[in-house]
Design a protein around this ligand. Structure first.
Ligand SMILES: [Zn+2]
Ligand SMILES: [Zn+2]
Length: 196
């Protein structure tokens, strides 16, 4: 809400209860509430926001987020996971190989999310960020920690360009404390950096 009122540009949300596996009447995978969906509901209700974009770079499919917004073309949801490519009513599943590299992954996000977001013109962007695809994590896709920092920089830039910097990062997956310790400050830093 503080973002919408112009107090701050972006935010990092530490959730312990979600997010993307929670749907309207089901939950799973440690997700009990869907933070981005609740926030979008509130933004619409209280501030008349219409269009929001969600990018999901957790290693798993965001079945809850997909279900909630399945028939809602005013929400662009782009999920990056090993599931097959699907595109319907601004819900897009981008197929990512089980094992990939930082360069390929960042390139895929740049090609598959940013042009869609540019065409869609969201009023704010939510990033369902999971670091569970990092090497040694439970969703290991071969990514290094650096990949997440690069994604943060790309998405921060996209939000600056497309929606006055309104970017809400929702922590969505990942279990290793050492990675959390390393990555969360770096992602927050990328949100804070002055544009060069
Ligand atoms: Zn996950
Ligand atoms: Zn997916």
């Amino acid at each position: 809400m503080r973002i919408w009122q112009g107090e701050i540009d972006n935010a990092f949300v530490f959730t312990g209860y979600g997010d993307h596996h929670a749907g309207t009447n089901f939950f799973g995978g440690g997700c009990y509430f869907n933070g981005a969906a609740i926030a979008i509901h509130e933004l619409r209700h209280r501030f008349g926001v219409k269009k929001a974009a969600i990018i999901d770079t957790d290693a798993h499919h965001g079945n809850g987020t997909w279900q909630i917004f399945e028939d809602d073309a005013e929400v662009l949801y782009v999920c990056f996971c090993p599931g097959r490519f699907v595109e319907s009513k601004n819900k897009v599943n981008v197929e990512v190989p089980w094992t990939t590299s930082d360069d390929d992954y960042v390139q895929l996000v740049k090609e598959s999310f940013i042009p869609r977001a540019r065409a869609f013109r969201p009023e704010c962007i939510f990033w369902n960020w999971g670091y569970d695809g990092t090497q040694g994590e439970y969703g290991d896709m071969g990514l290094t920690p650096e990949c997440h920092v690069r994604l943060a920089q790309e998405l921060r830039q996209a939000a600056d360009e497309l929606c006055a910097g309104r970017l809400i990062v929702v922590l969505c997956g990942g279990s290793r404390r050492d990675l959390a310790h390393l990555l969360i400050p770096k992602v927050v830093n990328a949100l804070c950096e002055q544009q060069t």
